[in-house]
Design a binder for this molecule. Sequence first.
Ligand code: NDP
Ligand code: GUE
Length: 299
Amino acid sequence: MTASIIDGKAFAQQLRARVAEHVARLKRQGITPGLAVVLVGEDPASQVYVRNKGRQTVEAGMASFEHRLDAATSQDELLSLIARLNADPAVHGILVQLPLPRGLNAEAVINAIDPAKDVDGFHILNVGRLATGQRAMVPCTPLGCLMLLRDRLGDLSGAEAVVVGRSNIVGKPMAQLLLRENCTVTIAHSRTRDLPQTCRRADILVAAVGRPEMIRGDWIKPGATVIDVGINRVPAPDKGPDKTRLVGDVHFAEAVEAAGAITPVPGGVGPMTIACLLANTLTACCRAHGLPEPEGLTL
Ligand SMILES: NC(=O)C1=CN([C@@H]2O[C@H](COP(=O)(O)OP(=O)(O)OC[C@H]3O[C@@H](n4cnc5c(N)ncnc54)[C@H](OP(=O)(O)O)[C@@H]3O)[C@@H](O)[C@H]2O)C=CC1
Ligand SMILES: Nc1nc(=O)c2c([nH]1)NC[C@@H]1CN(c3ccc(C(=O)N[C@@H](CCC(=O)O)C(=O)O)cc3)C=[N+]21
């Protein structure tokens, strides 16, 4: 069996177009959704993401506010920027790019964000709301994965879902969303005793590990739907000296022979993350103005 390739790039483009339509309607009412992105330090990968986010925010018709701070920024300086953004009515969404440089306390910074503007869904209040089934801001990457899964499979009820990875930004919220969808959810991690055998149970396998091509073809149940969240830059000597390419956490060439459907890297989950960030910003803006929320853009 050869898997169908889930085109996250095309799905994300459609989602951004729908967001842009709603934004245009809001602007005719005199409201412009605004997203503030805070980047501390000079991590090259983060700079690329932040630039992409800013560009796509503007393309959707929203206002983009970029704050680039020196790596030596103190916790107090960062917290006072967050306080200003919380108070700014033109800012409906705030994203602090992670990881933060050493010396800064990410937990404290995230929990200082107004939960209503927490478009990453990382604030403890949004985490708790998601876990208890209350209306929350849902983390962008898991939300994007869920949209792809629903589009492909429809009702997920009763499916065996295995999430490899238990980070606060991907693995745990992904597991919460799958549980909400009535999947039977297993969360695997570095202490899982028999990872290959655990993965073989999965009708839905989500890989968020950060280890290039770790998940092999024979770990995949025939016909399973595989969502590869991993973004790993590895050397590509075939392309020339010093060249690199992106690979996921799943060994794509092997997995494509076993799975029913699979997301590629790049062009899978990554573009969905940014599209969901824009959707969350739109949702936050509508909530802030007491307007009805556009349908189908969040849970
Ligand atoms: N496409 C996108 O939009 C995004 C992609 N990413 C990518 O997703 C990947 C995961 O990101 P993130 O969740 O932040 O990563 P973290 O490093 O925070 O978490 C990795 C998780 O994988 C587990 N793990 C590590 N090694 C193994 C192993 N050998 N076997 C089983 N489990 C293992 C860890 O287990 P333990 O807890 O026991 O240490 C941990 O729970 C990365 O490649 C990242 O770049 C991240 C965010 C967005
Ligand atoms: N507060 C915070 N929120 C995040 O959501 C967040 C973060 N910090 N820190 C880093 C991770 C990573 N992340 C990605 C977003 C888009 C792509 C993406 O667009 N990827 C493209 C390729 C990009 C490329 O070519 O480098 C793709 O997969 O097709 C990837 C990864 C968001 N993250």
